[in-house]
Design a protein around this ligand. Structure first.
Ligand SMILES: Cc1cc2nc3c(=O)[nH]c(=O)nc-3n(C[C@H](O)[C@H](O)[C@H](O)COP(=O)(O)OP(=O)(O)OC[C@H]3O[C@@H](n4cnc5c(N)ncnc54)[C@H](O)[C@@H]3O)c2cc1C
Length: 436
């Protein structure tokens, strides 16, 4: 077994997982003077749950999934065959605990408190991302970063009062959003003039919302961090010394047969940023982070009629779908299925996404070159990621970003790197404390 150690003098951090969260963590640590090794089982950064995501930097849309409305609608959603939600009960204590914590979080005071905490983290994330993109010309283009603004469209007029309340409340937290009528919706996004699926009642316009290609951003951050990249390498175990400190991890080529000799990688600190796989890596230590995979789908479709495809980032509230233009393709993402670590791509889900595009933006896309994708959102019951030290000295966590991993990655990376450097972060780390 080979053993790698860091050169004397510089602290060495090993980040496990080069998804958007791990790649951002590598960048934030390198900035603070750490020597970083970034490990991933995939051959490239950003290939996990970040690869085909909705591409939304949703800085003003951080309300958690657990709300009283979600709880009220749950029976209806679960019984409908076309519902955007699906749940398959699993005979695991961790699953039952996650569900009971999710239900407990479905109260307005909790939703408000969590939203405030996530808005603060999102603001830090935007600030950090902008700084990193501005560090070198060409980075915005390379990552397809744009600020098209976001329009959330509603087809049910009765939703207006609740939406207005939410916007008024968010204004106090610096979110500049406006309710706009159906005519203004079509002026802001002319491609919606021909939309099917019922008349639009109103929309919410947030001019400051952004879009970025998560996979490209992960590659950029992994490379620009200067980290030693150990791609195609799977971490098979974390090792502790006699005092219980995590001092090494075992690596094996991702395609290695079970039992093949592993390499031992030592570091001063380890960061677990393994998305939904975080649970598997912590289980041998006795850790049970409350992270469940919530499955979603996307399709990326070639745009054939520029004027018929949206330029603005569109969220269809009724269908719970997001649409973003990435280069010459339209990315549409949605669905939330609590069915375990399942990566099947059922044709009916892909067809449902394609059908939604046909109806919402008729004539905009071709359907003979669909890029289908599925990913597992690593979700905590509260919607807050877990960022900070674990109860095992030497081991830190940055995981559980759920539906907002791209939006929150740079902020949580910066928060974690501050904590690891012993510096006071610009936001309160307590809400993101690790409970594993
Ligand atoms: C359909 C869908 C749409 C979404 N849309 C958005 C959106 O619009 N905006 C937004 O903010 N968020 C969105 N999300 C959420 C976002 O994609 C996730 O929160 C985010 O990708 C999580 O990033 P991560 O780095 O934690 O996990 P990952 O990207 O999965 O990274 C974890 C990495 O760890 C690696 N790994 C795991 N185990 C090991 C091991 N043992 N050894 C080595 N490597 C290992 C994996 O290979 C992987 O690359 C969406 C998610 C889905 C599914």
């Amino acid at each position: 077994m080979k053993t790698h150690t860091a050169p004397a003098g510089q602290r060495h951090a090993c980040v496990i997982g080069a998804g958007i969260v791990g790649a951002a963590t590598a960048q934030a640590l390198a900035e603070r003077g750490w020597r970083v090794t970034l490990v991933d089982a995939q051959p490239q950064a950003g290939r996990g749950e970040s690869l085909g995501n909705g591409a939304q930097l949703s800085y003003s849309y951080v309300e958690p999934l657990a709300t009283p409305d979600a709880l009220k609608n749950l029976p209806k959603w679960l019984l409908s065959p076309t519902s955007p939600l699906r749940w398959r009960p699993q005979p695991r204590l961790g699953h039952a605990r996650w569900l009971s914590e999710f239900i407990a979080a479905c109260q307005w005071p909790t939703v408000r408190r969590t939203s405030e905490q996530l808005l603060a983290l999102a603001a830090e994330s935007r600030h950090t991302l902008h700084r990193w993109l501005a560090a070198q010309p060409g980075r915005a283009e390379a990552t397809r970063h744009t600020r098209p603004g976001k329009l959330v469209i509603y087809r049910k007029p009765e939703a207006l009062a609740g939406v207005q309340r939410q916007i008024d409340w968010q204004r106090a937290w610096g979110c500049e959003q406006a309710i706009v009528g159906a005519d203004e919706v079509k002026r802001l996004e002319p491609a919606l003039a021909a939309t099917g699926g019922g008349p639009i009642a109103f929309g919410v316009w947030t001019a400051s919302e952004e879009v970025i290609d998560a996979a490209r951003l992960a590659v950029l951050l992994a490379e620009s961090s200067g980290a030693t990249l150990r791609l195609g390498q799977r971490v098979t175990a974390l090792q502790r010394d006699a005092a219980g400190r995590v001092v090494a991890c075992l690596l094996a080529p991702a395609d290695a047969a079970a039992g093949q000799a592993a390499e031992r990688l030592e570091a001063d600190a380890f960061v677990l940023a393994a998305g939904p796989a975080t649970l598997q890596l912590l289980r041998p230590l006795g850790g049970r982070p409350p992270i469940e995979p919530i499955k979603g789908y996307s399709v990326s479709l070639p745009i054939v009629d520029d004027g018929a495809a949206p330029r603005v980032s569109i969220t269809d509230n009724g269908r719970k779908l997001v649409h973003a233009r990435l280069g010459d393709r339209l990315r549409v993402a949605g669905f939330a299925e609590l069915i375990g670590m399942n990566r099947e791509l059922p044709p009916r889900r892909i067809e449902a996404l394609c059908q939604a595009v046909r109806e919402t933006f008729p004539g905009a896309c071709r359907f003979d070159d669909v890029q289908p994708w599925t990913g597992l959102r690593p979700a905590t019951p509260s919607g807050r990621p877990q960022v900070g030290p674990t109860r095992w000295p030497g081991l830190w966590l940055n995981a559980g970003h759920g539906a907002l991993g791209l939006t929150l990655a740079c902020g949580s990376a910066s928060l974690l790197a501050d904590l690891m450097a012993g510096e006071t972060p610009p936001l309160n780390p307590e809400p993101f404390r690790v409970t594993a």
